[in-house]
Design a protein around this ligand. Structure first.
Ligand code: PGA
Length: 254
């Protein structure tokens, strides 16, 4: 019912030339892969090139962030209208690196989510607790709060394409993955919160991805959990062979 989605977050890596070299190798490797949806998130300067190079393929591309306004005096920003105009289909919202280094607040994530929905961009809203919050027993409170804030004022109608990514801050880029049991429990809490806000049927169809040191070696065990519907992969998505091995995991959903 929920088609698994494997996404590659390239963060601030790869020039346009490097992005196209990746695709030259990657696209033929995954061209017959239908089980999972595949989405790449290149940096803004490569996005247009990746969108052009993936037309007519089974790989989609999205932006790593966007502003919530259509246009205006916001130096350095890109608007939802601009993303839609280049046929960008997906957008990451509230990644912890945006929250930490660009000071994005829960309110901003909420405004961005509403803007994405208004422009028919598929949003992937990132949430996740810090190590400190986990160690003090606040994981559930943080996840419920972040999801509630993101969904504040979001209507059931129009939220059909909503995707949430659970990315515990302590597992991102650290090599230490959350265990499948920890992730399953966090996803269950997130799905419950979506249910409380948007209704049980929307919660049932909303895909929840896990992100944080996903590798070829751990992806199958994670994907075996009932509430894990995909992965948001950073470092493991930079090399075409490694990312392909992650996408081609074998397991119950395979
Ligand atoms: P990582 O990053 O796979 O390198 O831990 C995941 C992410 O930040 O989306």
């Amino acid at each position: 019912m929920r088609k698994p989605l494997i996404a590659g977050n390239w963060k601030m890596y790869k020039t346009p030339k490097e992005s196209l070299a990746f695709l030259d190798k990657f696209l033929p490797m995954v061209q017959d892969h239908e089980r999972d949806e595949i989405v790449l998130f290149p940096t803004m300067s490569s996005l247009g090139y990746v969108l052009d190079a993936t037309v007519g393929t089974n790989v989609k591309a999205g932006a790593q962030t966007m502003h919530w306004m259509n246009e205006g005096p916001y130096t350095g920003q890109t608007s939802p209208t601009m993303l839609a105009s280049i046929h960008c289909t997906h957008v990451l919202l509230g990644h912890s690196e945006r929250r930490i280094y660009a000071h994005e607040t829960d309110d901003m994530v909420n405004w961005k989510l509403k803007a994405a929905i208004a422009h028919a961009l598929t949003p992937i809203v990132c949430v996740g607790e810090t190590l400190d919050k986990r160690q003090t027993g606040l994981t559930e409170a943080v996840l419920r709060w972040q999801v509630a804030c993101a969904l504040n004022g979001v209507e059931r109608e129009g939220s059909e394409d909503l995707i949430i990514a659970y990315e515990p801050v302590w597992a991102i880029g650290t090599g230490s993955t959350a265990s499948p049991t920890q992730v399953q429990e966090a996803h269950r809490i997130i799905r419950q919160q979506v249910s409380d806000r948007l209704g049980p049927d929307r919660a049932e169809t909303t895909r929840i991805l896990y992100g944080g040191s996903v590798k070829p070696e751990n992806v199958a065990l994670l994907m075996a959990q009932p509430d894990i519907d995909g992965a948001l992969v950073g470092a493991g998505s930079l090399d075409p062979e490694t990312f392909c091995r992650i996408i081609m995991y074998t397991g119950p959903k395979g």
